[in-house]
Ligand binder design. Sequence first.
Ligand SMILES: *[C@@H]1O[C@H](CO)[C@@H](O)[C@H](O)[C@H]1NC(C)=O
Length: 327
Amino acid sequence: MKHFLRVLTQFFVFLYCKCLWRTLKFMTRKVTGRCELQRICYNNKPGARRTLKIESSLQFSKSELLQSAVSVPPDSVEKAIDDIMTLKRINHDSNPQLGISLQASLLQIVGYRNLLMEVEKLRREPYDSENSEHEEMLLKLWKTLRPDTPLTGRVSKQWCEIGFQGSDPKTDFRGMGLLGLHNLLYFAEHDKTTALQVLHDSLQPRQSKMSKVEWEKKKLDKAIGYSFAIVGINITDLAYSLLVSGAMKTHLYNVAPEMPSLMHFQQTFCYLMHEFHKFWIEQDPCDIMEFNRIRNKFHRRVLKQLNNPNMALCPHFSASDLHLVNL
Ligand SMILES: *[C@@H]1O[C@H](CO)[C@@H](O)[C@H](O)[C@H]1NC(C)=O
């Protein structure tokens, strides 16, 4: 009974708040002569702050037309904007900038959804050693990371040198499918200097802060860095979960002026690899058993950064190529 009353009270409080909110929205519109979407565009510079507000305004609107705008295909964005302007009785000609702003934000919103589907498709595609495209990508990864050492065979212990677990990498892709391979290859090809540096460091025995005597006493001289490729696949998992949870919106809405694409996702991966590497060294782990703890801590740190709507996880190598907005 007590529980029932509590639920009932909560329900009425909810109704009351909702009603109050609608009234407030209605009054503001009457006073300013502008609808919520217009106010958001006028009061916020382009970027995540604006697009996130537009996204929630559309999603929680009571009009079905507005609600469905966030999931139109990219080539219907223009029409969706026209429909919204008509519905809201906003004159296109006297508000040309508004249409442009709304369109840019809506492209980001539907682009994010598209990117999510594209990434999901790659993640679900298993690595297939019968598929020549997959095999070519894998061999390219080797050539990029080990340009001076030819592979002795497709199946070879050498794969361990770039951080796979055994003599055939195909099984290592299980968790993330082709997405892991795409990311690793992008990192190796487009951010080569960093990738080679990270690989090089990951192969070094861990330099602990402990003194040499202590070090020898504990017989930790076998403690290693980490497996580059395996960690790359795991950081792919981290990037994927940031995308799925929506946390990556802040970053992508700030760096992609229109539709965020797979390239933006892969650049974010490069950034995360580099940052994770620095974090790992800072944390000074004894061995790989600490991976879980350090990864979780890193994940929390990135989530916290993304809570700030001005945040962009700028890949160091292309910060100047990205069209930064609202920074
Ligand atoms: C990455 O590591 C975390 C924590 O150690 C684990 O829960 C997760 O399943 C790993 N992901 C992949 C794809 O290996």
